[in-house]
Design a protein around this ligand. Structure first.
Ligand code: PMP
Length: 279
């Protein structure tokens, strides 16, 4: 039977509940991670825990569990499901307190973890995206559970028959609503540098590493809106979507309107790397 983890206990999701005074519920006062499992193996565990600790530190919290504790929770959740590919969702909130912004009055953090199958998709044949003003806050490097802007943005994309919104702040591309971005233009690959307006994506960082190892040059430089529309390839990255080509942006076809050759090469390298860790 599939179980979830909540504050030290494993139980069926129907039996799990959280106090209404939890600051996650009242303030959205918490952070999260999404960790992929391929072929039943946790992928980039250390990197995800490190990013969790960075997010927690930025909201004045410590990691409530050791790395070993996190690993054994994940292992147990994976063990009680059948699927080869899963996505582990973990959320840490500041716990229960009076409704007061003061963080020092909070008690124990609330820790919730679940694992869900990664839904198979046909994204590798390319998806449509829209562009939109980056309506989010200034601390996008924190993986905060307060995701209302991203919910609105993904919905706006859906209204236009698209899967992702590519965000523009002051004329420059930041990232997708739930993904990082790479473009290929004038024989060069670009991805925006990591700033507080961009989440430090684990897949992004891995791709940067893979490109470097394979001596494929990459520029971590700002991408203007103009460059975005003139790119001959655009890809987005995330832990569960992996590397997905964007073949249509608003009403414009990108390249030939099909996944590009550079994407194919880079995606093969990524899949090869993944295969060596999750075989
Ligand atoms: N940016 C944002 C805003 C995201 O929500 C995500 C997905 N969690 C990403 C980038 C991609 O990050 P990762 O590769 O770690 O999944």
């Amino acid at each position: 039977m599939s179980l979830i983890y909540l504050n030290g206990e494993f139980k069926p999701i129907e039996e799990a509940s959280v106090n209404v005074m939890d600051r996650g519920f009242i303030f959205g006062d918490g952070v999260y991670e999404v960790i992929p499992v391929f072929n039943r193996k946790i992928f980039r565990f250390d990197e995800h825990i490190k990013r969790l600790e960075t997010s927690l530190a930025k909201i004045y919290m410590n990691n409530p569990l050791s790395k070993n504790d996190w690993h054994s929770i994940f292992d147990k959740l994976i063990d009680c499901t059948q699927e080869l590919d899963q996505s582990i969702y973990l959320q840490v909130t500041r716990g229960i307190s009076e409704r007061d912004h003061d963080v020092s009055i909070a008690g124990k953090p609330t820790i919730f973890v679940m694992s869900r199958p990664i839904r198979k998709n046909d994204f590798f044949s390319g998806i449509k995206a829209i562009t939109h003003d980056d309506i989010r806050w200034q601390y996008c490097d924190i993986k905060a559970i307060t995701l209302l802007p991203s919910v609105i943005l993904r919905n706006k994309a859906k209204e236009m028959d698209a899967r992702e919104a590519i965000l523009i702040r002051d004329g420059f591309v930041t990232e997708g609503a739930a993904s990082n971005i790479f473009i290929h233009i004038n024989n060069k690959i670009f991805t925006p540098p990591k700033t507080s307006h961009v989440l430090s994506g684990i897949t992004r960082d891995l791709l940067v590493e893979i490109l470097l190892e394979n001596k494929i040059s990459l520029l971590e430089e700002p991408i203007s809106e103009n460059m975005l529309f003139n790119a001959n390839e655009i890809w987005i990255t995330s832990s569960t979507w992996e590397i997905v080509p964007i073949v249509k942006l608003n009403d414009k076809l990108i390249g030939s309107g099909k996944p590009g050759l550079i994407w194919k090469e880079v995606n093969n390298l990524y899949q090869e790397f993944k295969g060596t860790y999750c075989n």
